[in-house]
Design a protein around this ligand. Sequence first.
Ligand code: NAP
Ligand code: GDD
Length: 337
Amino acid sequence: MPRRALVTGVTGQDGSYLTEQLLARGYEVHGVIRRSSSFNTERLDHLYRDPHEESTRLRLHHGDICDSGRMAKLLYELQPHEMYHLAAQSHVRVSFDIPEYTLDATGLGTIRLLESIRKVGVETRFYQASSSEMYGATPPPQREDSPFHPRSPYGVAKVAAFWTAVNYRESYGMFCCNGIMFNHESPRRGETFVTRKITRALARVYAGLQEKLYLGNLDARRDWGYTPDYTDAMWQMLQHDDPGDFVIATGESHSVREFLDLAARHLGLDWESFVEIDERYFRPAEVHDLCGDASKARRELGWKPTVTFEDLVRMMVEADVDLLEDELAGRTVRLTS
Ligand code: NAP
Ligand code: GDD
């Protein structure tokens, strides 16, 4: 019998890469998707097969992490061996606009799932998508024992979820792991996160379709890695003998300005002639500098990043140029990288 994994947030950036990797490892993957008025499975389309085909190992189920009854039913019916909880309102700037919903989905969502697992009595290993945003104002390098000082409703919600996972591990002996993931990016990154916003806009400026790009704080520094390395770390944590909490990061930080500069140079563009600062993209409180120390993951999981900052920027720029060319030519787009 194949191992069964239940993945929340399966339609997101991380969910799509994780699903690809789990299927390649022989898993049966069950993904939770929200009902939407238009298709929201674009990142999974290349993996999806007609459910009538018996060999299909990817199944999608409607659900919402704000609906504990539904999540408990899915857990009972599917009895997953492993559960990857990736679903969240994941946008930091947006969390200032919708703090209550963010606390509900991103914070309470974890309690709902862990309480359902406990009450239903499912034997499963649980992965919590924790975030470097929890460190907030704490200066780098940030490690597992660095204090949390969140600077956004999103960060506060993730701290609550982090401690919930620790608490269920300590109280009930459940196999819960926190991946304290620093920023990770890819051609599938959501279009409103700064890296993808930049690479997508540059492709359009390069093609003569866009004149201006409005950004916020160019001085913020982030530790940016390549997403498939990070989703692989999620799986590795759940295969470890003992549950634990792990920082996953490259150990290198760069400013938004550096990302922009490198991406623009790759296309021979002078960004200073078309980038403008719009205060709308500033945050009421900023996280200025994130740079993680992933020594524990390297030591205990043998994990290390495989893609450099320069290669990541180049890959994202080229993917957006190709995507735009495909769109303009009316070709069907296939996600590959
Ligand atoms: P993402 O692309 O924004 O994906 C978020 C996923 O959550 C989507 O599938 C979304 O569904 C789903 N979702 C949101 N609210 C939901 C709800 N109420 N019920 C069910 N599903 C819901 O995020 P990501 O970059 O893949 O990140 C995955 C997880 O890692 C998130 O928890 C994020 O906070 C965390 N994280 C990410 C990073 C990073 O750099 N990417 C770093 C640290 C931690 P729709 O498609 O329907 O919107
Ligand atoms: N989104 C955005 N848009 N950010 C901008 C912009 C802009 O126009 N201009 C400058 N920035 C700056 C932000 O102020 C922030 O300092 C930095 O770029 C990165 O912003 P995001 O790409 O939105 O990511 P984030 O670091 O806030 O959050 C991401 O990483 C977290 C891990 O540290 C998200 O993926 C979170 O879900 C994740 O937990």
